[in-house]
Structures are given as structure tokens and as C-alpha cells.
Design a protein around this ligand. Sequence first.
Ligand SMILES: C[S@@+](CC[C@H](N)C(=O)[O-])C[C@H]1O[C@@H](n2cnc3c(N)ncnc32)[C@H](O)[C@@H]1O
Length: 325
Amino acid sequence: MLLSRFPRCYRGARAAAFAVEASQPIGFVGRREPRVLSSYGNLRGLRVVKQGRISQTALKVALGLITLSVKDDWAQRLPPGLVEVTERLLLASGSPGYGPGLMRASKKQWMVRVYQIQDRMMPGQWEGFGHRKIFMQQQVEAAIEEGARQVLVLGAGFDTLCLRLAPQHSHVHFFEVDHPTTSAAKAKGVAVEGQPANMIQIAADLGERALSKVLSEDGRWQFSQPSVLLAEGLFQYLTNDEVRGLLSDAAACTSAGSRIAFTHVIPGKRKTLRTMVRLVGEPWKSAVRSGDLPEYVEGTGWAIISDVDTESAHGVERYAVAERR
Ligand SMILES: C[S@@+](CC[C@H](N)C(=O)[O-])C[C@H]1O[C@@H](n2cnc3c(N)ncnc32)[C@H](O)[C@@H]1O
């Protein structure tokens, strides 16, 4: 098998570096599904991340970005500081295999070639991470410019946006919510970086607890403040019903004019992808066409304000922005 020809440090983290995010058929049901779910109860039973295990897909995105930074001009295109902070977070996380050896290997040209092989089978699956990060940062910066006072990153993984932007926007509060195990692993790195006073990490399994409850219990989220939410690489781990349930619940936590920027997987068969990503064990459960999003979010309290995303460079994902009505 291909992996056996790579250095030990790479083999040790095979799932993180090589496998991709999905492992199950993509079940877009569209109009045949029940339309809207206002209750959080629809999220109950959701077990996207195995209990007690750091999200492998979150690690994979982070590691993929480090390798992307040594390809072509990606180092200049990625938001400043993203790669350096990501690397430090991974090293501090205590994730098995994520030591200095893997970080060094991830910046080698042979690793770029590994990802390029993967990209040939699943176009856009790697560089898409870079496009995603650029898109999300642009959305957050635009929203802050227009008055947002809170940023909430759902399923934050090892994303560095809050850590990097919080010091630049002291009047804005930055929140992250992630599954407890992944959140705890990231918290080690956040402590090493120095947690900004206006950044709040909340550990919560959104399959167990409603976002609105999580935020109320924490007590620092202001329901009436203009806010921008991010759900990057998250919705595919929820069923279509669960996505709409989460959107409804997110609407209950935000004031009119707030925004949510998110990525979603588009429908397709993708046999190779499904086979390869079975390794990761975090199956995809939903997909929706970009053009169908207005109807998809109808009744959740959000309206799509972005254009239909037809960009093939985004791989199997598309990006969108919705506004709280
Ligand atoms: C593919 S990763 C994306 C990470 C990050 N948003 C990024 O794009 O770099 C998916 C993230 O969703 C989080 N997640 C999945 N299920 C969750 C749940 N039930 N509750 C909270 N977070 C969850 C995982 O822990 C993981 O960090």
C-alpha cells in the first residue's frame, strides 16, 4: 500500500494527512425531507465525533493547511499567521503522532505530491481548505466592519481565526464551540499562544445540548448583539434535518441582521472518496446543491444572501452566507 513507502512519522498519522473527511454515502433528499425543524431535539443522538477522541477531520484540515503553505503561492494567499499558529496548536494538542517530525514532513515537497495524488482522485479536496479559510476570514472581517460585535465559530476544530483576529478587534467577542475532546486538545495550544481576553472557548457536544442552552449557560454570549457565525466543514456531519435544527436554534441566539457563513457538501456519488474516508470514521450525512439553499434554509429564521457558488476549486464543498431575518 502506498502509505508504507512514506516515512514513519507520516504513517503514524495516516488518517490525518491522507484520508479525507467523508466515509458514507451522501444522502441529499431535498424536497422529500420534512421541511423545517425548529427543535433541537432533531440533533439528539448526533454522534459525529467519537466520544473521547480528538476530531480526526479537524486535525486533517489543520495539517493539510500546513502542507498547502509550501505549494505555489499559497503562503501569501492564506491569512497571515494562520500556518504558524496552526502548527503550534497541533504540536501543543497532544494528538498522537502530531509531533515536530510530522510538522517537518508536512512542509516537504514529497508531501505536496501526496496531496496532489489525493486531489487527482478528489479534485479540490485539499486546496479547498485554503479557499475555505480565505472565504471565512473575509466574511468575518466584512461583518465586523459592518457592526458585528460577536463572532461564533461552530465546530471550530484547530481553526485559528479567533486566536488571530481577537487581538486586532478588542471590541468584539470571539467564541468557539466544539466537541469537548477536541476543544480540550485545542485549549492546550490556546494556553501556549496566550488566550486573548475577548476569546471564549466553550466545550460542548452539540449533539447533546442545544446551542442556545450552551450559550445561555456560559452566560457571556449576548443574544441581542449583531453577530457573525461560522460553520466551516461542519454541516456535512449532520443530517439535513439536524442542519436545519441547528440553524433554527442559531437564529434563536442572534439578532436580526446577524449572519452565518457556512460550507456545505454538494450531492454526488464519489465512490473513491467514500472508500478512502471510511478510515476517518466521521461520516458525512448531508448534502445540498448551492442553488437549492434558499429553500433548504426556509423557515429556520435565515435567508441566503450569497450568490450560487459554482466554483469547482471548492472541491465537493460550496460556500454560502445567510442573514438572520
Ligand atoms: C471537519 S472539522 C472542521 C474544523 C474547522 N471548522 C475547520 O474547518 O478547520 C469538524 C469539526 O466539527 C466538530 N464537531 C463535530 N461534531 C460535533 C458536535 N456534535 N458538537 C460539537 N462539535 C462537533 C468536530 O469536533 C470538528 O472540530
